[in-house]
Unconditional design. Structure first.
Length: 321
């Protein structure tokens, strides 16, 4: 694969008087990854950001200064999902070398690894207490692992095609999966038992996330529809439209009142969950790879095929340092 240099952007606005779509970064520092950035995630405190890349590494950054703190090296193929544990002591990285690696955040040392099927591990997540890890891959199976020993606890069997995204509810009691089979499914995290299926999308479901209170599930799809579902009855509550290309990412704000979605059309839309109205829209010149609210909900971090990582004010849409 042909890699291009990725630049970590420290953004200073040319003028706050200009419109969102005309804003350009003033300062660009050529540091960091040597391949496309696949994801960027905040730590729970908001002090750190971890990035994964096609260059087979993950990197931990100071979220305020942009300084590189830790370099995680050891995967043999691209890293698709890096993730902090809730206590920020560990980082997991899911990669296309069929492994999930667990790292010590401070030292960058490898603690242990989980060996999956002979497929890309698309995504993985820690439970809130760190005692469980879930992972998903291209073979349509999700896996639950012991977060301390790395032992396999259960398989999640029910999807008919690959699982694009897997994550825990905030209380760690349920798991939601988003699949290329056009469905999302909710599972019991203790037993791996299938609880319910969210049906209604017409194409691959690319992301699914629980709301912070666990009452709702947000789904996004290649059908360009944003779904909001009742997490107990599995009934569709809203179908939101606004993107003009595949939607790749969806997540709730920490208070659950807002949701963001990001698309191949280059846009990030912030929605009011209750009304379904668009609150803000910002854009990259190319399709969005990842987007996430900061833990306080005041910022959004996004990465794009345009080779940039941007941090936005979630209320105004202004690019900030």
């Amino acid at each position: 694969m042909k890699y291009k240099h990725i630049f970590l952007i420290l953004f200073i606005l040319l003028s706050q008087e200009k419109g969102l779509y005309s804003q350009q970064p003033r300062l660009v520092l050529p540091v960091g990854h040597t391949g496309d950035i696949t994801a960027a995630e905040y730590s729970k405190s908001g002090k750190y950001i971890v990035t994964g890349s096609y260059d087979n590494t993950a990197k931990v950054w100071d979220a305020n200064t942009g300084f590189l703190l830790t370099n995680l090296v050891g995967h043999k193929d691209m890293i698709l999902r890096p993730r902090f544990s809730q206590d920020e002591k560990k980082i997991l990285t899911a990669a296309c070398d069929s492994t999930v690696k667990i790292w010590d955040t401070n030292s960058g040392s490898l603690l242990f690894e989980l060996k999956g099927p002979v497929e890309c591990i698309y995504t993985a997540d820690f439970s809130s207490d760190g005692k469980r890890i879930v992972s998903s891959s291209g073979d349509s199976t999700g896996m639950i692992w012991n977060g301390n020993t790395g032992a396999l606890v259960a398989n999640l069997i029910g999807h008919h095609r690959s699982i694009n995204k897997i994550s825990f509810s905030h209380d760690g009691k349920r798991i939601v999966t988003a699949s290329k089979d056009s469905t999302a499914k909710i599972w019991d995290a203790a037993t791996g038992r299938l609880l319910g299926t969210l049906k209604g999308h017409f194409n691959s479901v690319t992301d699914a996330q629980f709301s912070p209170d666990g009452k709702l599930v947000l789904t996004v799809s290649e059908d360009r529809i944003v779904g909001i579902w009742d997490a107990s009855t599995y009934i569709s509550l809203k179908g939101l439209t606004g993107h003009i290309d595949y939607i790749t990412v969806g997540s709730f704000s920490p208070d659950g009142k807002k949701a963001l979605t990001a698309s191949w059309d280059g846009s990030i839309i912030v929605w009011d969950v209750k009304s379904g109205k668009v609150l803000k829209e910002v854009s990259h010149p190319d399709w969005i790879i990842s987007a996430q609210f900061s833990p306080d909900g005041k910022k959004i971090v996004s990465t794009s095929k345009d080779g940039t990582l941007k941090i936005w004010d979630s209320n105004t849409g202004v690019i900030i340092n």
